[in-house]
Design a binder for this molecule. Structure first.
Ligand SMILES: [Zn+2]
Length: 253
């Protein structure tokens, strides 16, 4: 398995026959100059990075695709490996220097995190917990459009945990802040690591309790409750936990 990233893009190749995009084999990477990763990830043969502005005109079988789009080419097991590798590479590239003393970092003896040999500071990969919630009101699902979404894209609500909060407090706070309603019966549903930017998404279901929808327009441009046959748009990656939460609502209503 050969993974070369350029910022949030992945290097892929088209198969000689048939459709779809695949990971390049080692022969196809022979003439590509890339920065190899210090960190080794189990099951990854070549892991490295190139500049997003790299000229691939002499390697026409290779192409960079946006990581979010690339995830649609692969099954869940492969996606988990790609995400793991991309996150470790990003971690390494953004922690070249110690945040305590400014000296260069190096790989720890176990090879899984970075270490400062000058002041002994250990730098672990950052994981940001975030909640995502499917709020139902009778047979309808709360969906919203964040200001940064594409025009046709709607999803369930999500938000990062703040310092000092439990996950349940995050769920109540984010729903109230973004759309102004109170919810009840918050139940854990599942979780997924998501590399945009480095989130551990913890999913919940909940029920509407009270209030009218009042948008926080600094974050949201629309929100409403939709029956399963009225759902206005879907997350762009079908394997995201947001998409699976919506599928679960549809299956149960
Ligand atoms: Zn240091």
């Amino acid at each position: 398995m050969n993974l070369i990233f350029a910022a949030k893009s992945l290097l892929v190749t088209r198969a000689a026959t048939g459709d779809g995009w695949y990971l390049p084999d080692s022969a196809q990477l022979q003439n590509l100059s890339y920065q190899p990763s210090l960190i080794q990830v189990d099951g990854i043969n070549i892991l490295g990075s190139i500049s997003p502005d790299v000229d691939l005109s002499l390697l026409p079988e290779l192409r960079l695709v946006n990581l979010r789009q690339a995830l649609n080419f692969f099954g869940m097991e492969m996606i988990e490996k790609i995400i793991h590798a991309e996150q470790m590479l990003f971690y390494q590239e953004t922690n070249r220097y110690c945040s305590t003393c400014g000296q260069a970092t190096s790989l720890s003896t176990l090879g899984k995190w970075l270490h400062c040999g000058h002041c002994e500071h250990e730098i672990y990969p950052r994981i940001s917990p975030a909640m995502i919630v499917a709020v139902t009101h009778g047979n309808k699902l709360l969906m919203a459009q964040a200001n940064h979404f594409a025009p046709e894209m709607w999803s369930v609500l999500a938000g990062f945990c703040e310092v000092g909060e439990s996950l349940e407090q995050t769920v109540h706070r984010e729903v109230f802040e973004e759309v102004g309603i109170k919810i009840k019966n918050v139940q854990y549903w599942g979780s997924q690591y998501w590399p945009f930017p480095n989130s551990l998404m913890i999913a919940f279901t909940a029920e509407y309790e009270s209030g009218e929808i009042v948008l926080d327009t600094t974050e949201m441009r629309a929100a409403g409750f939709f029956a399963k046959n009225e759902i206005p748009g879907r997350p762009s990656t079908h394997l995201s936990i947001a998409s699976r939460l919506i599928d679960d609502f549809i299956a149960k209503h």
